[in-house]
Design a protein around this ligand. Sequence first.
Ligand SMILES: C[S@@+](CC[C@H](N)C(=O)[O-])C[C@H]1O[C@@H](n2cnc3c(N)ncnc32)[C@H](O)[C@@H]1O
Length: 511
Amino acid sequence: PAANRGGGPKWRRRRDKMAAGGRYFCTAGRGLEPFLAREVRERLGAVEVDYVSGKVFFTTDAELSELKKLKSGERLFLLLKKRVPLPVSRSKGKMLHEIRSLVLEEPEDWLDVIATWRNLRGHEGKKDDVSQENPSPCKRKLEEEMNTATKRQKTEQVREIVSEECQAGAGENCAVPDRKSDQDCQTETQASFEDTSKSSGEKPVENEKHSFSFRVSCRCSGAIAKILTSQEIGRAAGIALMKQFGWRADLRDPDLEIFVHLNDIHSVMGIPLFRLPLANREYIKTAGLRSTIAWAMASLAEISVSAFVLDPMCGLGTILLEAAKEWPEACYLGIDISDSQLEGADANIKTAGLIDKIELLKASVKALPLPSESFDAVISDIPFGKKFKITKDTRLLPDILQEMERVLRVGGTIVLLLSQDLHKRMDGITKSVENESSPNAIPDGASETTAVKALNIDGNSSSLVKSVEEPFLSSRQTCFGSLMLDGIYEVSLGKTVAFIYKYRKISTAGN
Ligand SMILES: C[S@@+](CC[C@H](N)C(=O)[O-])C[C@H]1O[C@@H](n2cnc3c(N)ncnc32)[C@H](O)[C@@H]1O
């Protein structure tokens, strides 16, 4: 409870923290943080949920198998430390000292988190009693290790090995690493340190078999990145940990990875729980749209049991796959004009074991061979760019929208992903419809562009763009025919941004 967090003896605060479950953070693509915040609350019953750009923090006692089901996050970490940004000074020495202090302050916290990590990994989520009064064998081992290590006089030479990996994994939208901002696809530097105490003739410690290997991966941006490289930070953190706990360094196959993320917003340290990003779906053979975005779109469509759901430009079927995995009680239809895309979708559906849930059909979105008002939800990623040779077809957007509107039942939802160009175009379309003062358009007769105003995640007021957790701030609505705009969400596609539009059909098309 919040009341306990600030005060009380330290041992009780720690016991309360454990009773409440583990504290985690999960990285998310820009714009998906509110989706992930909602998901951890709903799926994991998480509490103390808060987020900043690119990260969602939460507390849960969910088991590892449940944590693995998160669909809108990228990488999941057990939180070791979250602090304010480190004070930046021009002196490298001072900065490195700050980093060592950050790493080593409250070493007991390391024991708690690593015990939680071992329990999660070792027993697939079975909870051990890790209270202060009755420490688990695992935690006792760690305490022994720490005591032995601090007693040990070490004369280590440090060898640094550096490699790089892309944080967001093999997503198709993974951007070129950007060191200036804390992007979702960023280069990380791993620094490792070899303890050469054995080769220097020192006797191996008694409990060496309990020790484990580790490596540090560091990502930094903002003011600190102007003073220190991520290698220097990772190295300082690694040496400090090695001296403190006596762990072995191993870049290639460590037992434990420690992530250090330093920027102008915060200083965060964590232990990743899974080797691969959560966004890498094992059930998707060939990736199309990024799975986290596909899932977020489907989550907006309000798919109920026995609903009929259509993607009329389904491509490889990612949206349908994500929706059918999460809401298997609905029926799904994918349409596309391209044979090769349909073949890819078919292979994906078979691999995912969803052939009894998803049907495919070759047709054009401009003339759907489907009865009017036959679907409860239409979800689609509207093509753009050279790949789909549809750049000049932005003027076809009203036709596409009209056909989607026709096949949708009253009360149903349309969820679309639009490029920036199409987003501008859509603005024009909805404005002009409004200016015609459609009888259904705006209940109070207003002719202003939009209703949707919300705070975006950086706290700036951003008209049109809505946070998934924010209510509308105005009752005025933007319409296209019988479709009422229900929200716009800006999301990152790596190098570019795109916009998720949600509409609800409020009356029969054309009325
Ligand atoms: C952006 S892609 C969809 C990607 C898809 N969401 C995925 O994950 O693979 C757009 C799709 O629209 C299809 N398309 C283009 N024009 C079309 C039309 N007139 N009717 C139906 N599909 C069309 C393209 O073949 C392409 O597969």
